[in-house]
Ligand binder design. Sequence first.
Ligand code: FAD
Length: 442
Amino acid sequence: MAEVVIVGGGLAGCDCAWQLANAGVSVTLFEMKPEKRSEAHAEDGLAELVCSNSFRATGPAAAIGLLKEEMERLGSLVMESAFATRVPAGGALAVDRTLFSEYITNKLEDHELITVVRREIASLDDEALKGCDAVVIAAGPLASPELTESLMAAVGDERLYFYDAIAPIVSRDSVNFDKAFWGSRWKPEDDDYLNCPMDEAEYKAFVAALLAGEKVKPREFEKEVHFEACLPVEAMAERGEMTLAFGPLKPVGFTDPRTGERPFAIVQLRTENVDKTAFNLVGFQTKLKYPEQKRIFRMIPGLENAEFLRLGSIHRNTYVNAPEVLDNTLQLKNRPGVYLAGQITGVEGYLESAACGLWLGLSMGRRLRGESLPEPPVETALGALMNHLRTKPDKRFQPSNVNFGLMPGLEGRIKKKFRKEAYGKRAQEAFAAWLEESGLKD
Ligand code: FAD
């Protein structure tokens, strides 16, 4: 019988173990709790939700809703547990976190092919990882420091990151093109960048709002000095009213086509995907609370009605440069036999992490039986998320939650109000066809 060792009994490790065991693979799951805990983990159970108890929106008009549907159809234990322990939360799926974790812990401990071992794996060279068919590292964004060091030695220290500095992403069709214009500095013909010009009054009001906006309080373990290269936008604003205008909002090299003059300041939006349906706000990594980001960033001329596909954040997060480090099967390119799953790969979020573990377990289970499984198409939520891990960015690779900006743009002209439904319908059709093709149809 094939044997796989999984390190980390979080959301990814648990869904991975479940898929493998259900495919007839013997799984040993190492979880370091309660012997040792990360700074955010407090309970003893597996699949602990370290912060919110919400799995966000449901329904196919949201990418995360689609991901839920897809995971459910693929037999996700995380989804099964979420529905079994659901609490009322309007249109969102939220759970009783204690019952959720208990449900998963019991299911895994009761499975005849799964052995849960409570101990830390501190090195990729640990004896317990030898002799099996594959090793899955699913140790999460707060992987133990010793294991992180060992992983860093395997992938190269410039390919493993400890912080996320995420700038918000807006959908192109929510940008007001009466104000925003194309072009990069000195290159008005460049359609990789969109620019939102500000006059002096708009700029000063914006800076004042950034300073007054409510911020997320850093956790004790996050109180470290920010790298100069990824300072929060509001921290830069604190250095002086004109700091942003001389920094990321510098207007030099731009002429506003509406006025024929150089604006007082410019917010640049950089293309986020090949189809140019999504744009990130350059230099806008932030610790502002989510509702504050929406309120304050909509003060930017051209973004009054912005739809945010992703909001900004800066937090402690261990993850690799996946397009450089992993092959298409999530295996470390320079350490054959060792695979990564979950947030450590560069997906972001509870369900995204679980989905990554699920996909690895499902595909590995097939491979260990000598069979293959085609990749889910990029039009689906799971396919788009996995494709993110293979897509080399122009700049530094950044983690992503699932969003429509990761999917190919829609063909033809579709009215803005019908776009989400169109993405949803296309994804559902692509997923159904893929299930059929893969022999996974439920
Ligand atoms: P985890 O769920 O963290 O699981 C990793 C497991 O590995 C843990 O149980 C850990 O104890 C174990 N482990 C680590 N090192 C070792 C080792 N060496 N040996 C054995 N076991 C080990 N996402 C959201 O969607 N919503 C949120 O509200 C949210 N809040 C977050 C708050 C914080 C503070 C952090 C850090 C992240 C948050 N995330 C949130 C992001 C992310 O989705 C979650 O962290 C998610 O739990 C990641 O799943 P995972 O399986 O990759 O890692």
